[in-house]
Each structure stands twice: as structure tokens, then as C-alpha cells.
Design a protein around this ligand. Sequence first.
Ligand SMILES: NC(=O)c1ccc[n+]([C@@H]2O[C@H](COP(=O)([O-])OP(=O)(O)OC[C@H]3O[C@@H](n4cnc5c(N)ncnc54)[C@H](OP(=O)(O)O)[C@@H]3O)[C@@H](O)[C@H]2O)c1
Length: 359
Amino acid sequence: MTRYDLALIGFGGVNRALAELIAERGSELEDELGFDLRVVAITDLRAGSLVRPDGIDLAALLATAPGELDFSTLEGGSCEPRNQQVIQDGPGDIVVEATFTNPADGEPALSHVRWALEAGKHVCTTNKGPVALHGRVLKELAARHGVGFEFEGSVLSGTPILRTAGRLLAGLRVTGVEGIMNGTSNHILGRLEEGVDFPEAVREAQALGYAEADPTADVEGHDVQLKVMILANEVLGADLRREDVRCGGISHLTPADMRDAASRGLRWKLVGQATRREDGSVDARVVSAALPADHPLAAVSGPTNAVAFHTDLLGTVTVSGPGAGRTETAYALVSDIIAIHQRHGAAGTHHLSKESFRG
Ligand SMILES: NC(=O)c1ccc[n+]([C@@H]2O[C@H](COP(=O)([O-])OP(=O)(O)OC[C@H]3O[C@@H](n4cnc5c(N)ncnc54)[C@H](OP(=O)(O)O)[C@@H]3O)[C@@H](O)[C@H]2O)c1
């Protein structure tokens, strides 16, 4: 039985949910998929680092409230995150990167991913920053080192958009892709349709935990901009920089705009689009658009996300599902590990864990 030892970088909502899935469903996964998962290292800005080459007792760790975790009190623990040391020299076949998204330069996640790939370790991440801004370079680095670099959760959390495009739509010509890829803004648009004004709808979304204290990235399209870059690069083979993707938001919209649109059979949506031009280049943008009722994205309501692929032989294929949520996003990491197992495990991925950690 193959076993993968995981090093978790960042222990917030997503990686903690991954630890919960492994603790609760580990043996189910083992029976169904033929491999075993073990967490051997965790680093976190607040909790510090914990390295146990023989496996961390997840049940004991998860019994402690997130804000109270202090790895320095545990055997193999330190109050420092020690990311570089843990990633490069610590145990772990797969590094799971789930720290915060930095839309400016992708750091520090970019360094985490690079260190891991250069050390010959597989990487899976839910972090849009390094994937959107440096995906091509990182994929080349992974290929050079013969390891996997997977990032399904970076676009629609657990809803399998990238793998649908890469595997299930193989052989089709995809001419364009468009999606509702931010549940917070879609929820806010729904409340505007119900007559709630924009500032109040944002406050409600914050109270529900959908919107951040600073909602700018959600409502001005910056979050979708990174997702459009990933989709355009992965699905249409583009190589876009952030400045190539024009970005608009929804903060100018009012309940009156919604009523006016409804009277004409339209619904306002925040849409991320990437389309192949005649000359082969790719046009990508984030726009607020009033969609006709028969548009595949028009009926997508609330926090649900959806992506429509425009293809030559099938016409439009639309996939919808959750676009956020800690457990949903942790599932994306499980699906990434499955992909790594299928691509690299079958070819004889040996167990790479080091016997000792130079702590
Ligand atoms: N949650 C979702 O629904 C979702 C969906 C799709 C993608 N994602 C992406 O997945 C990633 C993780 O999301 P999340 O919800 O788990 O975020 P989170 O709850 O904020 O967790 C991130 C964790 O990483 C820690 N951290 C930050 N910088 C670090 C560093 N340099 N070294 C070690 N640890 C560090 C943070 O510590 P502090 O708290 O002390 O800063 C925090 O514990 C983000 O990039 C996010 O955009 C999330």
C-alpha cells in the first residue's frame, strides 16, 4: 500500500478541514483509492511548526480550538513557523500550501511552492496567488523535477473545473470560458434584486461570513480576475499577466438597476470571461453584465458558482457547484492528491519521507 506523508503549510480553515477529512475518512479513502495519508509536519504563522516523521496525532490536535494551538508545547514542536526548513529538509512527500492569497506577487506561497518542487516534493495548493501569477514557471519546475503540481481548489474550491476542462473535455476545441466565480458578489446581487441597497447587502454578507471585513476583492472583481487568469492559462493555453485582464465590479449597481433589468428579462451578474480571438490570442476580463434568461449563468443564484465552457462539438457545457467553504476546498486538496497518485504513484512513486528531520 502506498502511503503519502503530508506537510501542511498554513493551518487555517482549509488545511484544518483537510486534517479533519483525513482523521474521519482516512480508512475509507485507503479502501477506495489504494493509498494511505499521514500528516507528518504542519507550519502556521500563529501556532508555530510541528514535525513528527512518525505521524502527527490529528485527533489530539483537532481537539484543541484553532486559536489555542501552540505547537511549541508539543514534542517536535517549535513556536517559529520554520517554513523553509520544514519544506526543504523535513519529512513529507506532498507539500500542501494553504496560506493566504497575495494578489500582488503571490508571496510567501510562491516561495513555499518553489522550495517544495526544487526539493523534489509534490505540491498541491488552494492558493490563487502563485498559480495565477507564476503558474507556467511552477509547472515547468514541477516537470523538471518529475513531481506533481496540482491546484484544483484555486478556482472553484471543490467543484472540479480544472479537471473537467483538462480531462473530460479533452479532444474538444474550447473557444471560450465564462463563469460566476465569486459567491459573495453573487449573493449580494441577489439581495439587490430583493430591494436591499448595496451597503446593507455588503453588511449582511459580512455578518453571514461570506464577505471579508474589507470586501473590495470580492465586489470589485479582483478575486475573479485571478481565477480568470488561471482558467485562461489552463484551459485556453494563454499566458496572461494581471494587467491583461480588465477588471470591473458590482459596487455601482442598485436595486433600481435590478428592477429595470428584470423588466427586460435580464439579470445582473459578475462574470469572468476568457475568449479566444480569431488570431489565437485570448481576451480576458471581469465585467458586470445583464444576462438574458436563457444564458447558462443567468439562473445561478446565491453563493453558488458556475463555469460555462464554450466548445466546438458540444456547444456550451456548464458545471456548477460550491465556490468556497473550508471542507469543500479541502476536498479539492484530496482530489489533487488523487491526481498525484494517479499520475506519479502508478509509475512507482516511492516513499520519499526522510527518516530524520534536521530540526
Ligand atoms: N476558505 C475557502 O473557502 C477557500 C476557497 C478557495 C481557496 N481558498 C484559498 O486557500 C487558502 C487558505 O484559505 P483558508 O480559508 O484556510 O485561510 P485562513 O483560514 O486564513 O488560513 C490561512 C492560514 O495560514 C497561516 N499563514 C499565513 N501566512 C503564513 C506563513 N507565512 N507561514 C505559515 N502559515 C501562514 C495563517 O495564519 P494567521 O491566521 O496567523 O495569519 C492561517 O492560519 C487561501 O489562499 C485562500 O484564498 C480558500
